[in-house]
Ligand binder design. Structure first.
Ligand SMILES: Cc1cc2nc3c(=O)[nH]c(=O)nc-3n(C[C@H](O)[C@H](O)[C@H](O)COP(=O)(O)OP(=O)(O)OC[C@H]3O[C@@H](n4cnc5c(N)ncnc54)[C@H](O)[C@@H]3O)c2cc1C
Length: 426
């Protein structure tokens, strides 16, 4: 009789994961981690081809352990069970797919709103890192107030024609699919006139232009739609339901960005900053000791809050506004932590030799695919973005005030007006 995976104990899950890793990872990998032998680990890592690894990892269900196995890339585990699997994967420094927008947001949105055809076509290549996803919500004048967006889609037989501009679109330059929020009815209030599509980015009418950040990286892009095409039956939800579908994406985004998917890890463990903090742990300076203790306490609080969100999902609940608590905590904490790292490291924290920062970061990613390794200065420069991406800290506080504490809604004079009648700059 087949075993119901939901009956598996934590020990069974750990053993099953260990067994799979022992068969699949290059020889010497697990032994090197257990022996804390960095040189041996580098040798083992050189034997792993990242793209091919992501396919095996995804097909076995480890990239998306809570997804239903019927779509070809999940283990059908409960979130609480997935934690035991993730603990083993994190311990053995197993490379993960970088398709984080797809795994964290695209997949859950397709599972909640998509047709069976879409689930069968889209989920497996997404989990296997073969088809990268991006989120096409923000526009030059619609970021925090994303429901005010202007990119329009007009029906044309069994497809829609899209025109407009998106911005800050992470990974768009390598994406196959985009989660596209469009205005399909300008004559009704802003939230009611939106529809949500999965768009094929691989068409000449979609023009993607990378934007370079202060770190030297170009993670995000401007995206122009010039009479682009999208299939009518690849609309998620019904026409005019776009805002409801977008909320599913946004709630999952907050959970992904707050690190709830990695509750097994410790926010002060496993990063270059953690190693830095380790270096200063023996300090006699009482102020530094106090700052380190404070960082540790905050990281534990984030972990506990993430656990609370995971427990809610474990008992059948969907990602809700509690994701905004950890998103806010994580973003603000990371900024303080990176500042502390720079303060402790002094001039070493802001200077580097040899190639430019962007080259160094690129080189470190190639050497350590999927491990998210980066320099202290890169972390410092990138930390500000955490307080903006996925909704700014101010917007998180508004959500918490309104949806968790039940305070009155923020006044919005444009909320009930037909979108086309809302005053806006050209
Ligand atoms: C690294 C990074 C990656 C991103 N990736 C994506 C992506 O992949 N896809 C995507 O669609 N978008 C993406 N974004 C865009 C992001 O969602 C927006 O930048 C964010 O929602 C803020 O919008 P905005 O930049 O237009 O700022 P604005 O909305 O113009 O805000 C400007 C300032 O005003 C404050 N403010 C605005 N409204 C209020 C209010 N009601 N109450 C209090 N304060 C307010 C904000 O907090 C902010 O400080 C990304 C952003 C970053 C930084």
């Amino acid at each position: 009789m087949a075993v119901d995976v939901r009956e598996l104990s934590p020990e069974d899950l750990r053993d099953q994961t260990l067994g799979w890793l022992a068969e699949q990872l290059p020889v010497g990998w697990m032994e090197a981690v257990d022996a804390d032998d960095e040189d041996a680990f580098d040798v083992a890592r050189a034997g792993l081809e990242y793209s091919e690894w992501c396919v095996r990892f995804g097909e076995a269900g480890y990239a998306t352990p809570t997804w239903p196995s019927e779509y070809g890339a999940g283990l059908s585990l409960l979130p609480g069970q997935a934690k035991h699997v993730n603990d083993v994967l994190s311990h053995y420094k197993v490379p993960r797919p970088f398709n984080i927008i797809g795994i964290g947001m695209g997949g859950p949105t397709v599972m909640a709103w998509g047709t069976e055809e879409m689930k069968h076509r889209l989920l497996k290549p997404l989990a296997c890192n073969q088809e990268i996803w991006c989120q096409l919500f923000s526009e030059p004048v619609a970021g925090s107030d994303v429901a005010g967006l202007a990119t329009k889609a007009v029906r044309d037989g069994d497809e829609w024609i899209v025109n407009g501009q998106k911005v800050w679109t992470t990974l768009a330059h390598i994406s196959k699919w985009g989660m596209l929020l469009c205005r399909t009815d300008p004559a009704v209030p802003k939230h009611a006139g939106l529809s949500y599509f999965v768009v094929d980015m691989d068409q000449p009418e979609v023009d993607v232009r990378p934007l370079v950040q202060i770190t030297g990286d170009a993670e995000f892009n401007e995206v122009f739609f010039n009479d682009a095409h999208v299939r009518d039956d690849w609309m998620l939800g019904r026409e005019g339901d776009g805002w409801k579908v977008a909320i599913t994406t946004l709630m999952n985004e907050r959970v992904s960005l707050s690190g709830a998917g990695s509750i097994g890890g410790d926010a002060v463990g496993g990063s270059p900053v953690a190693r830095l903090l380790d270096r200063h742990r023996g300090t006699k300076d009482p102020l530094v000791r106090q700052q380190l203790a404070q960082a540790y306490i905050e990281s534990r609080l984030i972990k506990v809050n993430n656990q609370r969100a995971a427990d809610k999902r474990k008992s059948g609940g969907e990602a809700g506004p509690e994701g905004s608590i950890t998103k806010l905590q994580q973003a603000e904490f990371n900024r303080r932590l990176q500042n502390l790292a720079i303060d402790l490291e002094g001039v070493n924290g802001i200077a580097w030799d040899g190639p430019g920062l962007a080259d160094q970061v690129r080189a470190s990613r190639q050497l350590r695919p999927g491990t998210g390794e980066s320099s202290i200065v890169q972390g410092f420069l990138r930390a500000q973005a955490n307080t903006i991406e996925g909704g700014t800290s101010e917007i998180m506080r508004n959500i918490l005030g309104e949806r968790v504490l039940g305070l009155p809604k923020e006044p919005d004079a444009s909320r009930e007006l037909a979108w086309k009648d809302v005053p806006r700059s050209a």
